[in-house]
Design a protein around this ligand. Structure first.
Ligand code: PLP
Length: 474
């Protein structure tokens, strides 16, 4: 399997060749040259697979340059009940992504049982093991530089801790994260993890990362890399649980289901789109947004208009003004015409946005995309209703997905809502909705009192660079 860029001006690459990079050199995103097709017979043969077997069946179609036995070993080491241990009482952690049925035809897919209690662990844990494998093969190393407002940074750190050849330098806004989020990241004592708290906001952290990455000499000399949501290996790992959930709920393989996905950067639901393109019988892919509704507007009107400002909401991991993986789906919708993508994104880059032509927008509808928005009041109401009706506590992001998913329920089609975080991560909002604290998974009760390891720094690119230089060879 070879990978091409959505902008059409980069050489084809293999899975391992694009593993450690981000954007293609032409500024595009990588996609497989064509999507592997899964026939109904093959789909039926996958039905009895456990998570690891299914992950191998799916990922071996994409990572064709990793020998089968190596890929199997990486997957077997990643998707274990020990890593994804934060299941609820009565659930089998061996399922990795258990499905909870709220009532006939309405299900939650639990994706947040990994170490940082959010769905990003599903792909990031695999990425950590893939990185270690690829770097060892080439006797190479990488210094990952990132910025986080909470979820991504912690998922990356827990995935990369202790990995040979990998160092992580993670910038976070000093004093801006919740005590739990701070404790999750800063309590890591692994020598290859560096937490840097910047005296500034999240945007300042992101600007520093951009400035360092734009210094190409520095970037090459210190092997600076990233693990952001456009990474193809992350998207591919997320395809697996769409298949897993499908088999968990359908009566007959071939039946259609719908998925509701709390969305920000469009990485999660993009994996659902690819699962559908591979032949998984999906009727609707429901894109749920919060008050940052750039995607909802697009799926309703065909107009994509990235916002100048991002609102801070109580589902903060969906606070985006531009959806970085969106370009992948649009590439398919315009018939994989890279010239058209160049045209559309030159408008995005000038801050104008674009209107998709009618034929391409019809394609988007054919893919099953629909959308909706959920605001703070909806979120609070949903958390209360689901708790009262089903005794289930949802986090704020999952509540957005559930609310919008319910708007698209239809007879005879199972609705699967993706749970993207555990409520324990967002205690303040749960207290506001329910007047009580969520339960914390075992072992995290006193995480705030553990010793913390963090460097506080001024909002200054050179200070960060000097720190990287001083530790890049450790
Ligand atoms: C990252 C994240 C999302 C959004 O996922 P995308 O792939 O960016 O669309 C939703 N919920 C939670 C809890 C997240 O951490």
């Amino acid at each position: 399997m070879q990978y091409i860029s959505t902008r059409g001006a980069s050489p084809k690459q293999s899975f391992l060749q694009i593993l450690l990079g981000g954007l293609a050199p032409d500024g595009g995103l990588y996609l497989p040259e064509s999507y592997p097709q899964i026939s109904l017979d093959e789909l039926k043969s996958w039905q009895q697979y456990n998570y690891r077997e299914l992950a191998f069946a799916v990922l071996s179609k994409f990572a064709t340059d990793i020998p089968a036995e190596d890929l199997r070993a990486i997957i077997d080491k990643t998707y274990t009940a020990d890593v994804y241990c934060n299941t609820r009482p009565g659930e089998n952690a061996e399922d990795i992504t258990p499905v909870r049925t709220l009532e006939p035809g309405l299900h939650m897919l639990a994706l947040s049982n990994g170490p940082t209690l959010a769905f990003k662990d599903m792909a990031m844990q695999l990425l950590g093991n893939l990185f270690e494998y690829a770097l060892a093969k080439n006797h190479d190393s990488i210094n990952i530089l990132g910025a986080t407002s909470g979820d991504t940074g912690s998922a990356a750190e827990y995935a990369m801790r202790g990995k040979r050849g990998v160092r992580v330098f993670m910038l976070s806004p000093h004093g801006k994260m919740s005590p739990f989020q701070r404790a999750q990241m800063y309590s890591l004592q692994d020598p290859n993890i560096y937490n840097i708290a910047v005296r500034g906001a999240f945007d300042d952290c992101q600007d520093i990362v951009k400035a360092v990455s734009n210094d190409l000499t520095f970037k090459a000399q210190y092997k600076i890399g990233a693990v952001n949501s456009i990474n193809w290996a992350r998207v591919s790992a997320q395809i697996v649980y769409y298949f897993k959930a499908y088999f968990a709920v359908v009566k007959n393989v071939g039946d259609q289901v719908s998925f509701s996905v709390p969305s920000g950067n469009f990485g999660n639901v993009c994996a659902g789109h690819i699962a559908r393109m591979m032949g998984l019988p999906i009727k609707h892919l429901i894109v749920a947004t919060n008050e940052n509704d750039v995607l909802d507007e697009f799926f309703k009107t065909g107009r994509y208009a990235p916002r100048a400002q991002t609102l801070h909401t109580s589902s903060p991991s969906m606070d985006i003004s531009k959806a970085s993986n969106f370009e992948r789906m649009i590439f398919d919708a315009v018939g994989r015409d890279a010239g058209e993508i160049q045209k559309l994104w030159s408008k995005v880059d000038q801050g104008q946005g674009f209107e998709l032509n009618a034929a391409a927008f019809a394609k988007v509808k054919e893919y099953g995309f629909v959308s909706g928005e959920s605001g703070h009041a909806d979120r609070m109401k949903t958390i209360r209703e689901v708790y009262e009706r089903y005794g289930q506590m949802l986090d704020t992001h999952t509540a957005d997905g559930y609310k919008v998913g319910c708007e698209y329920r239809e007879a005879g089609i199972s609705m699967i809502c993706l749970e993207t975080a555990l409520p324990a991560k967002f205690e303040e909002s749960i207290r506001e909705a329910l007047g009580r604290n969520p339960e914390r998974p075992k072992g995290l009760d006193n995480i705030e009192s553990l010793p913390q390891r963090v460097e506080v720094m001024n909002n200054d690119v050179n200070t960060v660079k000097q720190f990287v230089v001083a530790h890049a060879q450790d």
